[in-house]
Design a protein around this ligand. Sequence first.
Ligand SMILES: [Fe+2]
Length: 330
Amino acid sequence: MTTTFDTALQQMLNPVNAEFFRNNHWERESLYVPGPRDKFAELFDVKTLERIMTRSEVFIKAGGGSAAAVQLAPDQAKAAYKAGMALCVQNLEKYDPRLAAFSREAASSFGLMASPRFNCYISSDGKGFPMHCDCHSVWVLQIAGAKRWRYDNRPAMPYLWDALFAFPEWLKAFNIKHPDARIAAPVEDEMADQVLEPGDLLYLPRGTWHEPKAVGYSIALTWACHPRSFLDVLTDRLERDFERVPVPPTLTDGPPPSLPPSLERYFADCIERMRDRLAELTPADFYEAWRSEVFPQQGVPDALIAQLMTDGLLGQTLPQDFWATPNLGS
Ligand SMILES: [Fe+2]
């Protein structure tokens, strides 16, 4: 069966077919797509970035050559950049309707259950984060300047759940903590080596080793998709029944030698309730959760507007001071 992808995702991937991308690259294999220099001009530009960076509530992180990053106030960003730090302006879709619309449309057309977000990385010559894997897929859109990327073709670990830097102590700690997951260190000689120019796109699946470094300077947008798992959806469903029920306190002088009867009753009751709840769940429940998240309802349904019109409610004129004197229902 073929799927018709909407324009947002297809435009980003052009000339690569979006369905080909889904079948061959999504969470499997990196993809570099050279583009005309103005390919992303309608979506984002440096002027928009500067406008967003003047907003006091915007989150900007700054990093050097290590894994560490600090949070900046917007008026500290230029000084940090001049001092040689790479900047990351986060969650841009909150401040720009074009990015928000793109994100919504592209995620829906891909049937993607995730919380996608746009970040913008600003780096001076040679700056960028050291070799690492991310726990989400990422599309890199080069906006201005250039950036050299060294990256693997395939994930070192497909379902990585936390970002991981390639420092020996990080790898050792990861392999000790997750002995079954065994993640290999990157082999830098075998990596792809590509300079991204404006209009170029790079897709990296989750868990793929990569190291970006600016050439001259670089402004690059990333569209990162943090995936939602079956367990996330299940937890959402069960939260309604279990979230606010606290475990009862039990007075003890240190750890009790065996399970206290009151706790045993409490846990047995919870397990029983959870079994009942799980037995009631059907694939249709999960479909509904997926549908409402991937295709969120925008605005008021037409049927409701029609009903309000029929009832004459939309024809009423509001008093001039309506908003100034809220009716609190008294
Ligand atoms: Fe990254």
